[in-house]
Design a protein around this ligand. Sequence first.
Ligand SMILES: [Zn+2]
Length: 316
Amino acid sequence: MDKKTTKAVGIDIGGTSIKMGLVAERGEVLATSKVSTGALDSDGAFAKVCEGVHALAEQGGIDAGKLDAIGLDVPGVVLEDGTLTMAPNITLDLAGLTTTLREAYPQASLAVLNDANAAALGEAWLGSGNARGGTVMVTLGTGVGAGVVIGGNVIAGAHGAAGEIGHLNVEPEETETCNCGCRGCLEQYASARGLIRLYREECEADGAEPVAIAHATDALAVFEAARGGNTQAVRACERLGHYLARALAAVAVTVDPDAFVVGGGMSGGWDTFGRACLAHYREVAVSACKDTPIRPASLGNDAGFLGAARRALLSL
Ligand SMILES: [Zn+2]
C-alpha cells in the first residue's frame, strides 16, 4: 500500500469486549481484532488497549508509531469536549484511557464519540447510509436511539442528546409510563421489551396462548413466530413498524436525511416489520420526504470501529 495513505485505528469499546480495526482513508479494512475486557479503569487495562493497537498495526504491516489517527467509541454520552457523562453499562475511566493513548501515540489525532453515533457514521460511510449527505441510523435493541450524520459528520448536540428518538412520542393514547417518565415513547414499542409487550397485548385481545418467550428481551421469539405465520406476532411486528414509521416521519421534517438506516439487535427482524414500516412511512411522512429510503443496516458489529476510525480521519 502507498505509504502516503492515511490510516486510523478505530476502537469500539463495548460492555464485554473491544473490537478494533485498522482502516485506510478510503475505508479499506487492513486488519481487525477483538479482545475481551473487564473494567477499563487502571494502568494495566489501558496498557492492554495499547498492546492491542500495536498488534493490530503490526498485523496490517505498519508501524504503530506512524498511525495518523485513533478513534474511540464508547457506550455513554460523550460531550463535544470528549467528556463522558453517562455510561451505565461499563466501568471506564475515559480521561485515563485517552491520556494513555495520547502518550503512547503522540503523533496520532484522537477522536472520541458515542457508540450509536459511531455506528451511524460507519453505516453512512460504508454501509446502508448516504456517504455525502445525511443519514439517520436508528438503533433498536434493549433501548432505542439514533445517530444523526449530516454532511458526513455526526451531530452530537449541545448536551450529547441529539438522536435520542427513543423518547419521541408516537402514541398519545398510551397509559403505561416509559423509563423516562413520559408516556407513548417509541422505546415502549420498538425496543425488545416493547415488541414483547405488543405481542402479549395482541394475544390477550384474541384470547390466544402466547408462544414461549425465554426472557424479558427475547424479541427473537416474536420474530420467529411472525415468520411462522402466528397472527398475533405478525400484528405485533406490524405495529412496531407503524410506530417506527411515525418516529421517522417526525425526524424527516427535523433533519430531512438522504437515508434512514435501521440497526441494532432488533434489525434482524426487519423482514417482519420493514414492509409495514415503509408502507406507513409513505402514508404519514410529509410529501417532500416520502421517498427517503429506509434500509436495514449492513455492517453489523463492524459499524462501530469503522465509524470511530472515520471520525478520527475527519479530524485530521
Ligand atoms: Zn421515554
